[in-house]
Design a binder for this molecule. Structure first.
Ligand code: DSN
Length: 420
């Protein structure tokens, strides 16, 4: 039987088609405020759904283990060149399937099992792969942590004290739930004072860094990883960058053949498309708006009596603490979901509840900004968030707000070229 037909998805598999249609409706009608999510352009999705999905290309551009890689070589080299141009670095590996794979490759390239790493505590805003116990990074390596102070900020002098005690081989900086600018220069001083490698995971802030709206990890960090789907607004995936040729060689070997097999060439093609969008001068406007919108969100929440960790934001997210409230992050996440506002529950510094319940929520601006929303809409939405939180048990009110939010969302198309 010849499986290659011209049938489109609807004809070929109506069940999957219907699920995707429902997901499209959900993304369109709800307000997406998960700080790590975003909407890519149709061009990025077209590249991601392209014929490159059928191609094996183990190896690197012009050094492959398979024939027929001429076009794969071109597209991967283009993605690498554009990544280096955006971040001002010499080497980029665009093959990591995810941010976690990228981080795994950094450790595999530079450490031996049991070596010491120092990263940000998960419950203080770090990431699982920065040494958290349930992750390979906390199991294969000897992990130590720094956190934030009661004011919600990193105390760099304290990080230095811990680094001096621990003497780690790698210091990881970068976070998943930290609303303040990260001082890469200061981190490098700390790393130098103990002879450690500085590894910056900029997954959350990469889109801001690309626009000059957050300080760059280069030239301070020895090695930098990111995902490509958060503030970079590209396809789901990861990337590793450095200026050090020796580290670059080790990273390439750690990704392939160390951790991964065939690269996802269709995703690499989509990364190249996203990087072209980022190189457009309009990218700076997007990144500025992301920050301006998050700032309004924080200001309204504070005005309405909510406790924002660190008292505000310098980037794309706010972390709201319910330590002094009778409800949990899980309750807030569910109530806001009923109201058509999608956020995620999140642990906060000084957490008293389990990671599944939590005492906070993380709320971000990148996705709604990609839809074209500005300060005016964020002020309305922030007030609605407070209405829901003030009336956490009032299911009728949540339903009413859901309708209002759907109406607001309907004025801002997603997946249209006009938003980009
Ligand atoms: N899961 C991502 C986030 O939400 O921040 C981190 O990888």
């Amino acid at each position: 039987m010849n499986y290659i037909t011209n049938a489109n998805l609807k004809e070929a598999d109506n069940e999957v088609f219907a699920i995707i249609e429902d997901e499209l409706k959900r993304q369109t009608n709800h307000l997406e405020m998960i700080a790590s999510e975003n909407f890519t352009s149709p061009a990025v999705m077209e590249a991601m759904g392209s014929v490159f999905t059928n191609k094996y290309a183990e190896g690197y551009p012009y050094k492959r283990y398979y024939g027929g890689c001429e076009q794969a070589d071109k597209v991967e080299q283009l993605a690498i060149d554009r990544a280096c141009q955006i971040f001002g670095c010499k080497f980029a590996n665009v093959q990591p399937h995810s941010g976690s794979q990228a981080n795994g490759a950094v450790y595999a390239a530079l450490l031996k099992a049991g070596d010491k790493i120092l990263g940000m505590d998960l419950s203080h805003g770090g990431h699982l792969t920065h040494g958290s116990k349930p992750s390979f990074s906390g199991q294969n390596y000897s992990a130590f942590y720094y956190g934030v102070e009661l004011d919600g900020r990193i105390n760099y002098d304290k990080v230095e004290e811990i680094a001096k005690l621990v003497q780690p081989k790698i210091i990881v900086c970068g976070a998943s739930a930290y609303a303040r600018e990260i001082d890469f220069k200061r981190f490098r001083q700390i790393a130098d004072s103990v002879g450690a490698i500085l590894f910056a995971d900029i997954a959350h802030i990469a889109g801001l860094v690309a626009a000059g709206e957050h300080q760059s990890p280069f030239p301070h960090a020895h090695i930098v990883t990111t995902t490509t789907h958060k503030t970079l607004r590209g396809p789901r995936g990861g990337m590793i960058m450095t200026n050090d040729e020796d580290i670059a060689k080790k990273i390439n070997s750690a990704i392939f053949p160390g951790l991964q097999g065939g690269p996802l060439v269709h995703v690499i093609a989509a990364k190249a498309v996203a990087f072209k969008e980022i190189l457009d001068p309009k990218w700076k406007d997007y990144a500025k708006q992301v920050k301006a919108n998050a700032r309004v969100l924080g200001e309204v929440l504070i005005k309405r009596g909510y406790d924002i960790v660190s008292g505000g934001t310098d980037n794309h997210l706010v972390l709201v603490s319910f330590l002094n409230k009778p409800f949990s992050g899980k309750d807030a996440d569910a109530a806001l979901g009923d109201a058509g506002i999608t956020v995620n529950k999140n642990t906060v510094p000084g957490e008293t509840r389990s990671p599944f319940i939590t005492s906070g929520i993380r709320v971000g601006s990148p996705a709604l900004t990609a839809r074209g929303m500005k300060e005016k809409e964020f002020e309305i939405i922030a007030n609605k968030i407070c209405d829901v939180l003030d009336n956490i048990e009032d299911k009728e009110l949540h339903k009413k707000i859901n309708k209002e939010m759907e109406e607001l969302a309907s004025n801002f198309v997603i997946y249209s070229k006009s938003t980009y």
